[in-house]
Ligand binder design. Structure first.
Ligand code: GSH
Length: 217
């Protein structure tokens, strides 16, 4: 029997991307929830030397980095496929994932999410309003681009859900807890209905972030 273990701090949208991928595949897995801070301790650092979540193990095969994990799951458990067969659609999927990794998360989602959710709610520190304001231009560009790339298609690359929809859905579902997220979403034409479509999937319903994060805004 195949044993899959996912390690991470519940609430992390990257952890949730892995869990949603596993749910979309109908796979059983164990979630080894770690507490904030434990991801910087030697035991976890042995699994992920950069001290980030999530990490993953499948029958002794250990790997970290969300993209690598979900692409591995999609290859090893091919049904239903979450990567388009068409090269152009696959390129779009990879483009969206690149935007999330390089622009959206580090320069928009993380600084705004930290100051609106993690800092005030979990750590008891006040928001750095300047950091939020500084991140808004990049956040606005990301939202406009996600909206434009989606267009009037049901999902980001066409008629079926891909790894890009999963990763972006996990990120934006949490970001909607911030007033800035709702403000930016109101400026889009297609993205809001898409996020509702994604949030209605059983894989999303089964992987809700902890209530304390959802109540944070
Ligand atoms: N490139 C990494 C990013 C993971 C990441 O940044 N995770 C955040 C949580 S959403 C984290 O571990 N933050 C904790 C920290 O930076 O100490 C991946 O794709 O797995």
């Amino acid at each position: 029997m195949s044993i899959i273990t996912v390690f991470g701090i519940p609430g992390s949208p990257f952890l949730r991307s892995v869990e949603i991928t596993l749910k979309e595949k109908g796979l059983d897995y164990q979630l080894q929830a770690i507490k904030p801070g434990e991801h910087k301790q030697p035991e976890y650092l042995a699994r992920h030397p950069f001290g980030r979540v999530p990490a993953f193990e499948h029958d002794g095969f250990k790997i970290y980095e969300t993209q690598a994990i979900i692409r591995y799951i999609d290859e090893v458990f091919p049904s239903p496929p979450l990567t388009p067969g068409n090269p152009r659609a696959r390129a779009r999927m990879n483009q969206v994932i690149g935007i999330i990794e390089w622009y959206y998360f580090p320069k928009a989602g993380a600084p705004i999410g930290f100051n609106r959710i993690i800092g005030p709610r979990l750590l008891g520190v006040p928001a750095d309003e300047q950091a939020v304001a500084d991140a808004m231009p990049m956040a606005r560009t990301c939202f406009a681009e996600f909206d434009q790339l989606l267009g009037d298609k049901p999902y980001l690359t066409g008629d079926t859900v891909t790894l890009a929809d999963i990763m972006l859905g996990a990120q934006l579902d949490l970001f909607m807890e911030c007033p800035e997220g709702r403000e930016l979403m109101a400026e889009t034409s297609h993205l809001s209905a898409w996020l509702e479509r994604m949030a209605a999937r059983p894989s999303f319903a089964a992987t809700q972030p902890p209530a304390m994060l959802k109540e944070a805004a």
